[in-house]
Design a protein around this ligand. Structure first.
Ligand code: OGA
Ligand code: ZN
Ligand code: ZN
Length: 411
């Protein structure tokens, strides 16, 4: 009986879902020109739905100035709202709604948010996120921009340039960093704060026998992202080289896994499907500083968003768990796709050896990085200080700087 009831409820839910999906698909049929306000702003004809205008009224009753947040009471919101009077001035438009409420909008503010397809591109690049440009290993020297430590600390433009390049190419190098384990803190503070993990607020990368993490050995470290076992995976990795090895090796291997994923999508769609569909269990189990951890997160190697755009890459040999969550038939094909992905990442990778004073900053959920084996000696011990910062904080700082530096109208 319970099962039957459950079945009925499920059916009901699925019918409700289906009907709302149909509505979304027939959106054009539901859309009525009469529901929109037509305005000409600087010679351009634009339309703004009344419901959107009422929802975004900027008056003190509907919008809190200092919190910069909507406060309109949605329990009383009327969806079929209509304006009984519209007055357009040189820089503003004033609407008097059916219930007498008045909303006034700055025309630049409206234009910045207009609904045309062209404006979506403009808005996305002006304020949302910079467009990524993918690269392969042979382009690395060209795309890896160099930034001066002191300049970043002292100039908003220099800080912006670094964050912009990091967002676009997924990698940028900071040079001339003082030789101190806390020098990286000042860089982090220009953005906000570090993303703490079970390896600490910051972490030290050096050769430690009986370590908690294979990165803390001097052996070859295969290409990976850090911390794929986090659902909220730290976005950017910063590695400050305090001392580089004078031995052979110790170089970083870097590959733009977005370039590789796009290449595989184009040329090997079957493997692409396996890499985007099959969930893998990423894991990290152990103890750090006396604290136990047991992290698991399931996700495919290549994660796409609802537009099919690349969102996050997961890859790590040591931190791929040994439980395979998918069906047994997928094991062999999935391993073949995984090996395929690894090979192409190697094929399109760059090799780069940092120097003392460098902070290598890179997108941890886009690039794969690795390190060649090296040898320490009594007077030369390789040592890096690492810190993570989340993309949320970086994009936020990027936007704060951008609107100031470019004096963006309408924000
Ligand atoms: C790490 C890492 C790189 C290096 O610690 O996860 O990738 O150059 N280190 O040692
Ligand atoms: Zn209002
Ligand atoms: Zn790493």
């Amino acid at each position: 009986m319970l099962a039957f009831r459950q079945l009925c409820t499920n059916k009901l839910i699925s019918n409700v879902l289906k009907s709302s999906v149909t509505q979304i698909h027939t959106q054009n049929a539901l859309f009525k020109q009469s529901d929109t306000l037509k305005l000409v702003i600087s010679g351009q004809s634009l339309q703004f739905p009344y419901v959107w205008l009422r929802d975004n009224c900027q008056c003190e009753q509907c919008f809190h100035r200092s919190a910069k947040s909507r406060t309109v009471d949605w329990s009383k919101f009327y969806l079929k709202v209509n304006a009984k009077d519209v007055q357009q001035g040189e820089n503003f438009v004033k609407l008097t709604w059916d219930d007498g409420h008045i909303s006034e909008f700055d025309l630049k503010w409206l234009k910045f948010r207009n609904f045309t397809a062209e404006n979506k591109k403009i808005y996305d690049r002006a304020i949302y996120k910079p467009a990524k440009i993918t690269w392969e290993g042979k382009d690395f020297q060209k795309i890896c921009s160099k930034h001066d430590y002191d300049e970043i600390l002292n100039s908003n433009q220099a800080l912006y340039n670094w964050l912009h390049s990091l967002s676009v190419y997924g990698v940028a190098l900071i040079q001339n960093t003082p030789n101190s384990a806390t020098a990286i803190d000042k860089i982090v503070e220009t953005i906000g704060f570090t993303r703490r993990t079970h390896y600490g607020v910051k972490f030290v990368v050096q050769n430690v026998p009986n370590t908690s993490n294979v990165a803390y050995l001097n052996t070859n470290l295969q290409v990976h992202i850090d911390l794929p076992y986090y659902e909220y995976c730290p976005g950017v990795n910063m590695l400050h080289c305090l001392e580089q090895t004078q031995s052979q090796g110790g170089e970083n291997i870097l590959s733009d896994a977005h370039y590789v994923a796009s290449y595989i999508k184009q040329n090997h769609p079957e493997q692409f499907k396996l890499l985007t569909d099959v969930e893998i269990e990423w894991s990290d189990i152990g103890t750090e500083d006396g604290n136990e951890f047991y992290k698991l997160h399931r996700s495919p190697v290549i994660c796409l968003d609802k537009h099919g755009e690349l969102m996050r890459i997961n890859f790590s040999v040591p931190q791929r768990g040994n439980y395979f969550p998918g069906p047994i038939e997928l094991v062999q094909p999935w391993y073949e796709a995984w090996a395929f992905f690894l090979n192409f990442n190697h094929k399109f990778s760059a090799k780069f050896k940092t120097k003392a004073g460098d902070i290598l900053t890179f997108d941890n959920i886009r690039l794969l990085h690795g390190r060649n084996a090296y040898e320490d000696s009594s007077n030369n011990v390789r040592k890096l200080i690492g810190a993570y910062v989340d993309w949320d904080e970086i994009y936020s700082r990027w936007r704060c700087l951008k609107v100031k530096l470019e004096n963006i109208d309408g924000v």
